[in-house]
Design a protein around this ligand. Structure first.
Ligand code: ACO
Length: 431
């Protein structure tokens, strides 16, 4: 960490406090307020962390104004075009692109861990059939700590590595089985002759009664969806994983916490909400009505798949996702998909509308992903589980980075207290 030559001065009444400024390798400078409370007896107030860096990290960089996303320095569009998900996992976790031998060994390790402990089948069967797959994933991933005792000691780097491999390898099996359970079909076991994305599609769509061949264009599109969701620096679910693990909790419990956070419609649930919105709009001629509603302060309706806390330009992932949507729909012979037409027109109109232009609201990654996933045959309830599966790569990398950092401290935000001050207890008969 390098200090800037400049420093910041905070003047409170007659007192002046000098605060260091830290240079990032990219992005705005950061004022170091770590000593502020001890020295000045004052807190800063920043709900939602809009101006606060919660940690330092070397994994992912986003420039929201330029629409730039880098993993370990590599642009997301280059990774989506030239790499594949397991290579991106390696890059995120190990901070470099693997050599051929390293990649082969990593793929072998992941492939060797794709099966679940057989007793977990009973665990799945304990859920109601109509349980949301995300509810099952939160439960099953948390329960991995009860099945894999030999990889829960976070102080042991070897155990941390095994837990990382297990989570990346088993997440497709867990997501696919959550889906199979909800539709009453038998669980399909992983196939180690298939690549990561093809194996996932096979576990979701194959049945024991007949052969199922994975279309390579679909498995490539699936893999690209995994890459596009792999990491996104300190988003809500990643911050949740970091906060949960700051107490030393085991990795399976921490990733389960991340899955719970991702479930919400403002985060991972947005692609489901976006597809529902496109269906609700129903036809291109009804778009103006919905644009009007989105702009109305008294109407809670928002254009789902639009806007982002960090991107104030086009989300670079949305560009790749749109391209993938076109390819997949063409392959499946649904090029004139009415939802795609509504989405394209909505995007066009919103990008010209002064409300969206002034507030810098652009389509985000979720705008097109629901359309592709539905065309591939996934029900809406599987959209967020697929996001969770992909984001596991990022959660694991961020967790690994944090645990290995000697400065790691338990996360403990302060508060601006606005409640009652001291008062005496009132006996019930006097209230
Ligand atoms: N439609 C209409 N207006 C919007 C939208 C939208 N999608 N998004 C933001 N705005 C408006 C807000 O009303 C607000 O207006 P105001 O300044 O007049 O009050 C302004 O833009 C800023 O919005 P905030 O909610 O303050 O921005 P924030 O950074 O907190 O929210 C968020 C970002 C949650 C993503 C928001 O844009 C949103 O709700 N979008 C729709 C949901 C969505 O697509 N989420 C996916 C995010 S990406 C991901 O998780 C992978």
């Amino acid at each position: 960490m390098t200090k800037n030559d400049r420093s910041a001065k905070l003047i409170i009444g007659n007192d002046t406090y000098e605060l260091d400024i830290i240079n990032p390798t990219e992005g705005p400078d950061v004022i170091d307020i770590r000593k502020l409370y001890n020295e000045a007896n004052i807190f800063t107030y920043d709900p939602g962390y809009t101006s606060t860096a919660s940690c330092d990290s070397r994994i992912t960089f986003i420039d929201g104004f330029k629409g730039k996303l880098l993993h370990r320095g590599y642009p997301i569009d280059q990774l989506a075009a030239n790499s594949h998900f397991l290579e991106v996992c390696y890059l995120l976790i190990d901070a470099k692109l693997p050599t051929e031998a390293e990649l082969e060994s990593f793929q072998e390790t992941i492939t060797a861990h794709t099966m679940l402990h057989e007793q977990m089948v009973n665990f799945f069967r304990g859920f109601r059939r109509d349980a949301h797959p995300m509810a099952i994933m939160v439960g099953v991933v948390g329960a991995m700590s009860a099945f894999y005792h030999d990889s829960t000691d976070v102080t042991d780097p070897r155990q941390r590595k095994i837990a990382s491999h297990r989570l990346i390898a088993k997440m497709p099996t867990i997501a696919a089985w959550a889906y199979k359970y909800s539709i009453g079909q038998p669980f399909i076991y992983p196939r180690n002759d298939l690549n990561y994305a093809a194996n996932f599609l096979h576990m979701c769509f194959a049945v024991p009664a007949e052969d199922y061949h994975v279309n390579p264009i679909l498995s490539r599109a699936m893999d690209r969806i995994f890459i596009l969701h792999a990491d996104h620096e300190q988003n809500a679910s990643t911050s949740t994983v970091r906060l949960a693990s700051s107490s030393g909790a085991n990795p399976f419990a921490c990733i389960a916490a991340g899955i719970a956070c991702l479930w919400g419609p403002s985060h991972g649930g947005a692609n489901q909400a976006c597809l529902e919105m496109l269906k609700q709009i129903g036809s291109v001629d009804r778009i103006p009505e919905y644009i009007k509603r989105a702009k109305d302060k008294n109407d809670p309706f928002r254009l789902m798949g639009f806007g982002h806390r960090v991107y104030k330009n086009l989300d670079p992932r949305a560009k790749v996702m749109k391209q993938s949507a076109d390819e997949v729909l063409e392959l499946l012979g649904v090029k004139n998909n009415p939802l795609l037409q509504i989405a394209a027109e909505l995007e066009k109109i919103a990008l010209q509308d002064s409300y969206f232009v002034e507030k810098k609201l652009f389509p985000n990654v979720d705008f097109y992903s629901g359309i592709i996933l539905e065309a591939m045959g996934f029900p809406k309830s599987m959209f967020t589980p697929i996001f969770a599966l992909s984001r596991t790569a990022g959660w694991i990398s961020q967790w690994k980075e944090m645990i290995a950092d000697p400065q790691n401290k338990i996360g403990r935000p302060r508060q601006l207290y606005l409640g009652e001050t001291d008062r005496d207890y009132v006996p019930i008969e006097n209230r």
